[in-house]
Design a protein around this ligand. Sequence first.
Ligand SMILES: Nc1nc2c(c(=O)[nH]1)N[C@H]1C(S)=C(S)[C@@H](COP(=O)(O)OP(=O)(O)OC[C@H]3O[C@@H](n4cnc5c(=O)[nH]c(N)nc54)[C@H](O)[C@@H]3O)O[C@H]1N2
Ligand SMILES: Nc1nc2c(c(=O)[nH]1)N[C@H]1C(S)=C(S)[C@@H](COP(=O)(O)OP(=O)(O)OC[C@H]3O[C@@H](n4cnc5c(=O)[nH]c(N)nc54)[C@H](O)[C@@H]3O)O[C@H]1N2
Ligand code: SF4
Ligand SMILES: [Mo]
Length: 743
Amino acid sequence: MSNAEQQLHYSTCTLCEAMCGIEVATKGRQILSIKGDKDNPFSQGHICPKASALKDLYDDPDRLKRPVKRVRLDREASASEDSAWEEIGWDEAFDLVASKLHHIQRAHGNNAVGVYLGNPNAHNMGSILFGPYFYRALKSHNRYSATSVDQLPHHIVSRRLFGHISQIPIPDIDHTQHFMIIGGNPLASNGSIMTVPNVKKRLKSIQKRGGKVVVIDPKRSETADISCEHHFIRPGSDALLLLAMLHVLFEKQLHKADEILPYAEDIKAVEKYVRDYSPQKVSEFTGISASQITQLVLDFCNAESAVCYGRMGASVQAFGTLTQYLIMLFNMLTGNLDKRGGMMFTQPAADVLPVSGKGSMGGFTSRVRGLPAFAGEYPVACLAEEILTPGEGQIKAMVIGAGNPVVTTPNAEQLDKAFDELDFMVAVDFYITETSRHADVILPPVTALERDHYDIVFHNFAVRNFAKYSEAVVDIDEDQLTDWQIYLSLAERLDALNGKGTAHYAALWDKQPKGVVDDLLQAGLYGRGANESRDAQPNLNQTSPDIPLEGLSLEMLKAHPHGIDLGPLQPSLPHALFHEDKKIHLDFDYFMADLDRVNTHFFGKAKHATPQNQSVVLIGRRHIKTNNSWLHNSTRMVKGNNRCTLQLHPDDGAKYGIADGDEVSVKSRVGRLTIEAEITDAIMPGVVSIPHGWGHNKKGIKLSVASQNPGVNTNILTDDLQVDELSGNAVLNGVPVELEKVS
Ligand SMILES: Nc1nc2c(c(=O)[nH]1)N[C@H]1C(S)=C(S)[C@@H](COP(=O)(O)OP(=O)(O)OC[C@H]3O[C@@H](n4cnc5c(=O)[nH]c(N)nc54)[C@H](O)[C@@H]3O)O[C@H]1N2
Ligand SMILES: Nc1nc2c(c(=O)[nH]1)N[C@H]1C(S)=C(S)[C@@H](COP(=O)(O)OP(=O)(O)OC[C@H]3O[C@@H](n4cnc5c(=O)[nH]c(N)nc54)[C@H](O)[C@@H]3O)O[C@H]1N2
Ligand code: SF4
Ligand SMILES: [Mo]
């Protein structure tokens, strides 16, 4: 190794959705440094502090490189708390897992095996493209993922309106003159459902060109700090704000629906649904004055182009689906859907949408609580009860792929206990986490820089058309595997045990995920089949004579290691619509039915949301150096002041006798925790905030750095029974809590 040459590699950071290009210096198998790739046309050298965590993950002595099997030391103690781990070979591990799962399915039915897939899968082309072979081989309906603590409402809105769960329009941030952000904090998150490296610069550019950035958030966030205007909003009341904004559009005759009308003939019928929601009526519930609400609409309509965008704070709350729907209606009715500077669809190079399912809506409901399934998944808020409630279809075993639901999903303590009841768990993860410590077998894949990468998901949500492929930057041992190899091995074994043919797997081993990417690139808009593909999109061809490239292939991307810019987003209606009639289906009956729930919640007899009698509500927050639950084992990501604090307004501090630095007991319907108070006027009175992803104090985890600075798990407080009823999405923002100073 000592005589190895230093080498530079151009790769992509996969930690968040921004897809920043990185320049990685290596010497043999040592990673020396990670810098921004200045020649990446999309991210132009930008990275955030997290990029170096890729090296820390790679070097982490705590991470697993070989499969491990749990050996229970004390049969009486709970399995997760008293075990040792024994390294085993891959073949033994695969055989063990496949036979255990098969055995449980034979005894209790296919649905006895549950699957939970976490967020990092979305950043991993191998899991995205080849994981499904394994889930299909399992033939279980009991599937769950982080989608239902996150963007599920976006998928439902897109499926119903545009005909495909993943056909989600993206803010055209680089051309807009007015950007309204509802419940997103891209300065900390680096953007979400908006792949946007260096978002700070792009937001500032809006203001430099005379435009405006407006933030609606119960917290004066980092994003609010650099915007032109910020309004505090009472958590969970965004649907009311949007209803009133739509009301103003009609009342003042400001709507501009002409261009969208051919695709959505009934759009003006929105008026009758919003008639009752004047700004005066919603003002006290939202905390935004009637005149401010009217002004928000006037400013939006007066701008040359404008876009309204809502993220976590708008989605993961009691009215998340309705809120995302109203946001889309507002963009449409102001003439900003599919328009430059508005909400636009990307034209990705490797487009999986036409070859993937459009996403089933409803159809199944969960066994215990009857929550709806979307795209073949139940909401994770009902996972624990499906394990704990006996009867046919009860979950007896779990497969966890790149997820940590014991930290990240509501009523986390209940799920932690439920996992202890399982007969078997397998986790595909390189850490022994709060969740994988429950496993009987852990199958560790390599980390991001050790595998090749094409961003199957986030290229499709990018604010600019772009394509980039990167090879692994370091070699791996012969007995290290990537996620897709793990999933394919399990699928093959399971099919064999089920007496099914496995001959077709040979071709998949040969093709690999990168072969699928190559096929998609070549068949796509910029590929060898470009002409055909463009003919199928006549509107695109006509409006954008400047589609810059054809002949794109994996080989071409390999020859351009910084990535290839494919130009700005292009108007693409009606092509972007997946409904056969090429129309937007507004589905009022489905979405507007939720207005009954809105009316009962806000205007019902109990009137529990008025400023006078409302309880304190809990929201979350992100920090630039975190990534959900799994970067806290990197010393440089966690050093410095305690970040896992309860933020509260000085008025609430005075009301409850809580001073900065005090220990506070926070209690909800489902749990209680103790946390340090941080008094700040950046948060709205009546609202408190705790970041998620912490609470690394469970016995049995192997995260030596994280355990020293564990923080508390906010999802001990969030309530599995509180969901957005349309979607079953968890309510992680706007959770009623009680505060008490710990003396
Ligand atoms: N209260 C509250 N809770 C929240 C949120 C919130 O805002 N507030 N946010 C929610 C959101 S948006 C999300 S997306 C979820 C995330 O929830 P999860 O997806 O359940 O959790 P992560 O923390 O992302 O855990 C990812 C796990 O995958 C492992 N991992 C990382 N990379 C790979 C890989 O390439 N392959 C494999 N096999 N494993 C890998 C890590 O070691 C880690 O254990 O959390 C949700 N929870
Ligand atoms: N550094 C970092 N980056 C990340 C992640 C991370 O953990 N750390 N996670 C990644 C993931 S998985 C995701 S999904 C994205 C999420 O990306 P964002 O959606 O940008 O996430 P947050 O930073 O949670 O921003 C949510 C905002 O909503 C506000 N909010 C809370 N409740 C309400 C409400 O009821 N109404 C309104 N209007 N606002 C509300 C909060 O105060 C907060 O400012 O971030 C990704 N990027
Ligand atoms: S912004 Fe996201 S993609 Fe870019 S360096 Fe940071 S974590 Fe990585
Ligand atoms: Mo997320």
